[in-house]
Design a protein around this ligand. Structure first.
Ligand code: EAX
Length: 336
């Protein structure tokens, strides 16, 4: 080996020994190193004024405050990250960090969650919150772990009402022949078929245009969706049937969650709990405020005798009892 090579080797060895002794460990191995900033991307299919978005923004505020701005949340509203099924799939695969979605499309991944779509299963928010926050809600979050999705909280979508462009819906007979968009889940499809409507499953992102073009006559959603998504521009009649109470799920990809430290995971869970309570409050308030606002925008609003719809939709329970489980249905019905 030439003298020059020997000299070069000595210099390299000296350099390594200096670093090793200096105590200045490279940042990557120093456990006390400042944790990296994190930006969580969260998707919803409705716009930034809807309770889902407001709940996620509240979550982001809390997390950012607890981490001095190190963890931030970026909201992608109006289906920017895809429709609800796309986002659920994305969280399962790790390509989407977070989303708030209605429970119905989750039934493609956790079939029994379709139980929440049964008509008039829930008669009050108190009953719904007890179910979501109790063992039944916990079990569905446990089931979602199979799909690598973590349940952060049970948001509220709310009591669903019918809007249409043809006529007031006063009785179930008024639904006969109405082409109504429903969520992509077997129970809502069967429910509206049971009363003679032409039930058309469709992702939310396509609904406004379909109503505008007249390819469908009707849709059903809670008032916060109806008003914040401006359905009064394409629907004349609003009938307050309360036929479904739809929970929503605030979810995170397990892949995203597992990248975090235990301390950050604790912050995420605590912030999600606070944001869930906030979102439910906003959803309830908007539902109360938006009937009159829809009327101000020209919608013709009617109430109904719900017992007529309960009786007309009752057959759906027998149709799905074996799939969903009588015990599960009874447990929810008996929660007061
Ligand atoms: O989750 O698809 C629906 O009708 C849902 O209620 C809406 O997208 C909010």
């Amino acid at each position: 080996m030439s003298k020059k090579m020997v000299l070069l080797l000595i210099i390299v060895l000296l350099a390594f020994s200096l670093v090793a002794c200096s105590g200045d460990k490279p940042a990557a191995t120093d456990p006390a190193a400042t944790p990296e900033p994190i930006t969580l991307k969260a998707g919803v299919v409705i716009d930034q004024t809807h309770p889902y978005s407001l709940g996620i923004l509240k979550f982001g505020e809390i997390v950012s405050e607890k981490t001095d701005g190190r963890i931030t949340v970026q909201l992608f509203h109006s289906s920017q990250l895809g429709n609800e099924r796309d986002m659920i799939e994305g969280m399962s695969m790790g390509s989407v960090d977070m989303a708030a979605v209605s429970s119905a499309p989750v039934s493609s991944f956790v079939p029994k969650i379709a139980v929440f779509d049964l008509p008039y299963l829930f008669t009050s928010r108190e009953q719904a919150y007890k179910v979501m926050d109790g063992p039944i809600g916990a079990q569905f979050f446990q089931d979602l772990l199979e799909d690598k999705i973590i349940g952060l909280g049970w948001f509220e979508n709310g009591f669903r009402e019918i809007t249409n462009s043809k006529r007031p819906i006063n009785t179930p007979e008024d639904l006969k022949g109405i082409k109504i968009r429903v969520m992509e889940s077997p129970v809502p499809i069967a429910t509206f078929k049971a009363v003679g409507a032409n039930a058309t499953p469709m992702a939310w992102g396509e609904v406004f245009t379909a109503l505008q073009q007249g390819t469908i006559d009707a849709q059903e959603n809670p008032l916060p969706v109806i008003y914040t998504q401006k359905l009064y521009e394409v629907q004349k009649y609003l009938s307050l049937t309360d036929h479904f109470y739809a929970p929503a799920l605030f979810l995170m990809s397990e892949a995203t969650y597992n990248k975090m430290s235990p301390e950050d995971q604790k912050i995420i869970m605590e912030a999600a709990q606070e944001a869930t309570i906030y979102e439910r409050g906003v959803s309830k308030q908007q539902a109360e405020d938006y009937v009159s606002k829809c009327e101000e925008e020209g919608m013709i609003v009617n109430t109904v005798d719900k017992t007529l719809f309960v009786d007309a939709m009752e057959s759906v329970y027998a149709e799905f009892e074996s799939d969903l489980g009588k015990d599960l249905i009874d447990a929810i019905k008996n929660t007061k």
